[in-house]
Design a binder for this molecule. Structure first.
Ligand code: WT7
Length: 650
């Protein structure tokens, strides 16, 4: 079943690569596998700066891992301060492009100044180690500055993607019991303002624990400021200058435990309630930065661009912490890929001479549809390496990306990982292994994945099974915020002693992993992770809805699209109008990106005798418009026939 076409790395690429050829990969991988403690320990001593050394690499009492025990370090120090000593001082850390066409260049020196000042502001407001801050920001440099300032003081940050609604924001503020919100008046997306402060005000009606809202001015739109609670960032900065003078630019980085919480990032799980994934300091930073070399083959002169939003884990690890810890120059773009036109990505690549470009299959597919004339109008010769993340990349999109963007010159790293893994786990090392379009290829050093059956036994080559990870790794999720029981149940008890990813995969005869998609009630829409249950809870919240069942249906561009089956309470409903209203309702409850594409009204949902909705049947209906599998447990067979024919679509 191996793919007919494989792509070995070119001699030219290998010649300059940091890991050259399969033998080098094998040596590294085997060394890590045989002696993980020394492998990670040596790497941590070499690649991070420590205030106090650790005396033990790992304490593992499943599911609790303590990495680099008794070590003291600081993520912000590692991302900023340690680069100031040499030539990186004046190197750009962030090359920022605003959607309207404005731009900023922030050197490491300038980044240090901005971060230290903002950390001093947080201190003056009385925030300290262990406090929690919600960051609800557009893609502007102030977002990484705020993250790093929190990390500098040991304040736990939680970035909420700016596409989330006020309702979703509120749920996260409450779950985290946050005392501080950092936001902006708004941000730019497709030429329109996304109003953020308005959503914050709405969310905070039920969040008495939030003492302050710090507002960065981005769009200069008119927004209300609540006395005593809301403060403009620039005004706080002016006050700081007045009171602290020159010392405003200096702020010591706190010496924090290796496992001091760095951030919580909420992600969708199999229930209606999002999970607060906790990442800690040293292990997370170590693996995020090590993968910059292993996967992106990062060199001092690279211009690296990850197009993700910092509101998702990809942006945390591969716009902020990974690249900055590695001393890279990272591009950051505020807006949409198709604004003002479909060549925005390629215009930026050409302008900034991007050499490493990391994006999602959904973005690639959307651009394929617009034709080659958009990339062809630009000089893309600066590119040397391409990356993909978020879902399996279909071979057709891979080939296009390789040929049209990479001019058949640039390797593509298809990187498999999750919010929970913190860093890339399975991916080609581009100078080492042949690429197979559609496969994330082989595990990185220290990662021991397997494909197993329901009893946890490894399945044979090319058979489908559950993807698990057998050994702990430094950047692994430490717990679900406030819910250690759910953490243990979800990840560490399905296959005893191993981490359950929730993905299905197969491994081929060369050991390459082919990730097939989720095995749980999690959907992947445009690389965004959505929970069927979360959308169902939103729908049943609406006064007209009796029951709802949500499944992902295959979609050419977004991978999956949200399809909702809805039964209504008694009444005379206008299905077309109500369909629109429910879509809007979900956008209001969760965010526009969760809006169902397809709403199907039905008289009943297929259920088992015990009353569970049979989503499998619904998935079959939306995939093939037919039901083939076993339906013997179905409560009422007639509903299936009714469901396959009747629906309401855009
Ligand atoms: C899920 C994790 C990790 C960053 C973005 C998403 C799917 C992610 C790949 C890939 C096949 C992939 C998996 C995974 N996924 N990358 N290269 N090939 N599937 O993070 O929101 O936590 O979603 O995304 O299903 O479990 P996330």
């Amino acid at each position: 079943m191996s793919d007919p076409q494989t792509y070995p790395p070119s001699d030219e690429f290998v010649a300059r690569a940091q890991v050259k050829g399969m033998a080098a990969y094998r040596e590294l991988y085997d060394r890590a596998k045989q002696d993980p403690q020394n492998f990670w320990g040596d790497l941590a001593r070499k690649s991070l700066s420590w205030f106090e050394p650790f005396d033990k690499t790992l304490e593992w009492n499943p599911p609790t891992a303590k990495w680099f025990v008794n070590g003291k370090t600081n993520a912000c120090f590692n991302c900023v301060d340690r680069h100031l000593a040499g030539s990186r001082r004046t190197k750009p850390a962030i090359l920022w492009e605003g959607e309207p066409g404005d731009a900023r260049v922030i050197t490491y020196e300038e980044l240090h100044r901005l971060v230290a000042r903002f950390a001093n502001i947080l201190k003056q407001l009385g925030y300290k180690t262990g406090d929690r801050a919600i960051l609800y920001m557009p893609m502007v440099p102030e977002l990484p500055v705020a993250m790093l300032a929190c990390a500098r003081l040991g304040i736990i940050h939680s970035v909420v993607f700016a596409g989330f609604s006020a309702e979703a924001l509120k749920a996260r503020i409450q779950d985290l019991a946050a005392e501080l919100v950092i936001t902006a008046d708004g941000g730019w997306r497709r030429g329109k303002e996304v109003r953020l402060k308005t959503a914050v005000d709405e969310a905070l009606e039920d969040c008495p624990g939030v003492r302050n809202v710090i507002v960065h001015r981005r769009t200069a739109s008119d927004i209300p400021m609540k006395n005593g609670r809301d403060r403009w960032w620039h005004e706080l900065d002016q006050q700081l200058a007045a009171t602290a003078g020159e010392s405003a630019n200096n702020c010591d980085a706190a010496a924090l435990d290796s496992d001091h919480p760095l951030y919580v990032l909420y992600t969708s799980g199999t229930t209606g309630k999002p999970k607060g994934i906790l990442h800690t300091t040293a292990g997370y930073l170590l693996q995020a930065s090590a993968s910059m070399t292993w996967v992106f083959d990062l060199r001092e002169d690279d211009i690296y661009w990850c197009t993700a939003d910092i509101g998702w884990v990809t942006g945390h690890s591969y716009i902020v912490y990974g690249p900055l810890a590695a001393g890279a120059t990272a591009v950051m773009y505020e807006g949409a890929p198709d604004y003002p036109a479909f060549d925005r990505f390629w215009q930026i690549v050409e302008k900034l001479k991007v050499s490493i470009f990391y994006t999602s299959p959904t973005a690639i597919r959307a651009l394929i549809r617009q034709g080659e004339k958009w990339p062809d109008a630009h000089n893309l010769s600066s590119l040397r390496l391409l990356g993909s993340v978020g879902e399996p990349i279909n071979p057709a999109a891979w080939e296009w990306y390789h040929r049209v963007i990479g001019k058949a010159r640039c390797p593509i790293v298809d990187t498999w990982w999750q919010t929970e893994t913190g860093a890339i786990m399975i991916s080609p090392m581009p100078g080492a292994m042949p690429l197979k379009p559609g496969s994330a290829s082989l595990p990185l050093p220290g990662v021991i994945p397997d494909v197993v059956d329901t009893r946890g036994e490894p399945v044979r080559n090319n058979r489908e099974g559950y993807l698990i990870i057998r050994e702990p790794w430094p950047s692994m999720v430490r717990t679900i915020w406030g819910d250690p029981k759910r953490f243990e149940e979800q990840y560490w008890s399905r296959v005893p002693g191993a981490y359950f990813t929730g993905d299905a995969a197969r491994r081929d005869e060369d050991g390459y992993f082919w990730v097939l998609g989720r095995v749980d009630d999690v959907m992947n829409v445009s690389g965004h992770r959505l929970s069927t249950m979360e959308i169902e809870s939103a729908l049943v919240h609406h006064h007209a809805v009796a029951e709802a069942a949500v499944v992902g249906k295959p979609h050419e561009i977004t991978g999956q699209a949200v399809c909702a089956f809805v039964t209504l309470k008694k009444g005379n409903w206008d299905h077309t109008a109500l369909g629109q209203e429910l879509r809007q309702w979900v956008a209001h409850e969760i965010g526009p990106f969760a809006r169902p594409e397809d709403i199907r009204f039905t008289d009943a949902l297929p259920k088992t005798r015990s009353g569970k909705i049979m989503r499998r049947l619904l998935r079959e209906i939306v995939t093939s418009n037919a039901v083939t599998g076993d339906v013997t447990t179905l409560e009422d067979l007639t509903v299936v026939t009714a469901l396959s024919s009747h629906h309401e679509e855009d």
